[in-house]
Design a binder for this molecule. Structure first.
Ligand code: MN
Length: 318
């Protein structure tokens, strides 16, 4: 996924003293080659990050099903996490990776100091329904060499009420092998019966819960499909009421303490860094390599805003 807003802006989210809130998505049209709509949940006007999770796009089945085709574009300072509920996407990157991803599998791309990639959905495997998240890398990891990992055998926890697949981090006492650089978690929970369950939380984490296919009640609040219930750190547990076959995406992590600067597809620390990354991409620098795919195009970087970008902390109480 790429941030394809014509004028990507830095969202300024002032600190608040909430402990929970419901985030509403905003609709963004990805315009390169084929326009598909995605619902962007992070960054959000009222919340920039959840743990190290700094970006969350939810691509829902469309009325006029079009393929998602996102040509080569760069990333730095983050990991991309691609997770599908239905459909199929092919990933190519500048390391030479060529990986098809299906529901229940994880594509994890660690950009580190720089990588480029492209993504195309398979029109024969529709509808496409999934998420792409970005994880901000901390200071000690953000300049590492790029890597790409595909995980097809993630651990599953099954109870009388639900089946959970642990995408990254630890949940329900089970740990995913997926490469992580800060304390964080993601899991997909599918309810097998009409259920009321209490989920134990890590008190040092903040969390987000997104219903995927049904309205779900989180802490007695009705959350619509594609909304996200945010729970600040400090909670020991949370109650979820869901009908059979409901699916939710859970994300969480220790609040990210570093000030970051996010612009287009880069996570950096200063305006100068962003400027440099943008120039290197435009100059076809070897830092971002080349993507050999069937699209054979690259997305040009948008113009930088005239004002200087400033890094911001994700200040929250909780
Ligand atoms: Mn991308």
């Amino acid at each position: 996924m790429t941030n394809l807003e014509v004028k990507p802006e830095l969202l300024n989210c002032e600190s608040s003293n909430y402990s929970t809130q419901v985030l509403k998505p905003r609709s963004i049209t990805l315009t390169t080659r084929s326009g598909i709509k995605v619902d962007r949940l992070l960054p959000n006007a009222s919340l920039r990050m959840i743990g190290a999770w700094c970006f969350l796009d939810h691509f829902l089945p469309q009325d006029n099903e079009e393929i998602m085709s996102v040509a080569a574009h760069p990333h730095t300072g983050l990991q991309t996490v691609t997770w599908l509920f239905s459909g199929e996407v092919k990933h190519h990157d500048s390391l030479g990776s060529n990986q098809v991803i299906q529901p229940g599998e994880l594509n994890l791309m660690t950009a580190g100091r720089g990588i480029s990639h492209s993504e195309v959905s398979n029109k024969d495997k529709s509808p496409l329904h999934g998420v792409q998240l970005w994880v901000a890398l901390d200071e000690k990891s953000r300049n590492i060499n790029p890597k790409f990992n595909h995980y097809a055998d993630l651990p599953v926890v099954e109870t009388d009420s639900f089946k959970a697949r642990i995408i990254i981090g630890e949940m329900f006492g089970v740990v995913s092998k997926a490469l992580a650089f800060s304390p964080l978690v993601a899991a997909e929970i599918t309810f097998s019966t009409d259920s009321i369950v209490e989920i134990a939380l890590d008190e040092s984490f903040e969390y987000g819960f997104m219903p995927v296919n049904n309205v779900v009640q989180v802490s007695s609040q009705e959350i619509q499909i594609g909304e996200l219930y945010y729970q600040s750190r400090g909670a020991e547990k949370i109650e979820i009421r869901a009908r059979a076959d409901s699916k939710i995406l859970l994300i969480g992590g220790a609040p990210f303490e570093e000030e970051i600067l996010m612009w287009w597809n880069f996570v950096a620390r200063s305006h100068e860094e962003i400027e440099q990354m943008r120039e290197l991409w435009q100059a076809k620098s070897e830092i971002f390599g080349e993507v050999a795919d069937e699209i054979n195009e690259r997305i040009p970087a948008p113009s930088l805003p005239s004002i200087k970008l400033k890094p911001r902390a994700n200040k929250k109480l909780g």
